[in-house]
Ligand binder design. Sequence first.
Ligand code: TYM
Length: 335
Amino acid sequence: MNQKRVLSGVQPTGALHIGNWLGAIRNWVDLQNDYETLVCVVDLHAITVPHDPTSLAKDTLSTAALYVACGMNPNTCSIFIQSHIKAHTELCWLLNCVTPLNWMERMIQFKEKALKQGDNVSIGLLDYPVLMAADILLYDSDFVPVGEDQKQHLELARDIAQQRINSRFGKGENEILKVPKPLIMSEGSKIMSLCDGKNKMSKSDPNENSRISLLDPPEIIKKKIKRAKTDAHMGLEFGNIERPEADNLLGIYSLVTGLGRDKASDECSAMGWGMFKPILTDAVINALEPIQKKYSDLIKDRCELNRILTEGEKRAQEISESTLKRVKDALGFLN
Ligand code: TYM
């Protein structure tokens, strides 16, 4: 197949939130129509910080079901579980051995997460971006649709492919690993916390009220938006750096309604927070309703979920095995 290829993934750490959807999954849904698309649930990444073994499998399955509920079509794209494809960890090891340690120490997310872990930082956390590079490079991915926070990890994957594999072990024009491009959307690529417009919405924020999960029932969404941080000004607006909460919530409104920035900002420019919040609440509830409905049907149908994941795994196995062989051959391993 000569079609260009897209690969992406989400960690099954807790419930997916609207940032994951608006910043990444929404883009996958569009891209699957034009490219061969593979999306995986990156469960190996989920154990790089302390995790709960009693919920990992459940969260992994739930994340896969959410991909479909959000609009990924299992008949045209491949959905699979990262840990089911052994080539991810094997390629990660090969890449580990050529990646300089100081490239890893520069990673912003590592520094942020390491701060939170204190003395408990695992080697896995430091190595996380190399595993992510392996995820991407194994599939000869042309494009990787992600949110803004993954940009540095994508650059690392490109540098490893180009500088550490292709230029060291490649012969002539033929590249061993394809150098991928990030696809970051112009809108929605950084949805901020409901409690602080200067902080990213995140699954790991201990405050549940900071995010809207894709499976939050309407009354919880209502409560979270009611409590969301506001300011003392009238009128919702974009781009005022002194009003990050207004920018963020208006942005969410424009995306979930599909109105776009201009229309959303015209509609809300004279509204006070008291009028805007119920409108935003309804818009979010309406946008999530079809996702929640599809999810609740699919999660009960374990047979169908297994079928989807088995199909996805077959395709992932096929592509990843041939890439891994190419890299091992280039590095000189005995066949
Ligand atoms: P993760 O699980 O943290 O997030 C999944 C995707 O959601 C995006 N995202 C956001 N977008 C907008 N606003 C936000 N507040 C927000 N929070 C998260 C992320 O940018 C991401 O696209 N390392 C990755 C997972 C991964 C991966 C890969 C991605 C592992 N291997 C290979 C692509 C390709 C991560 O932790 O994403």
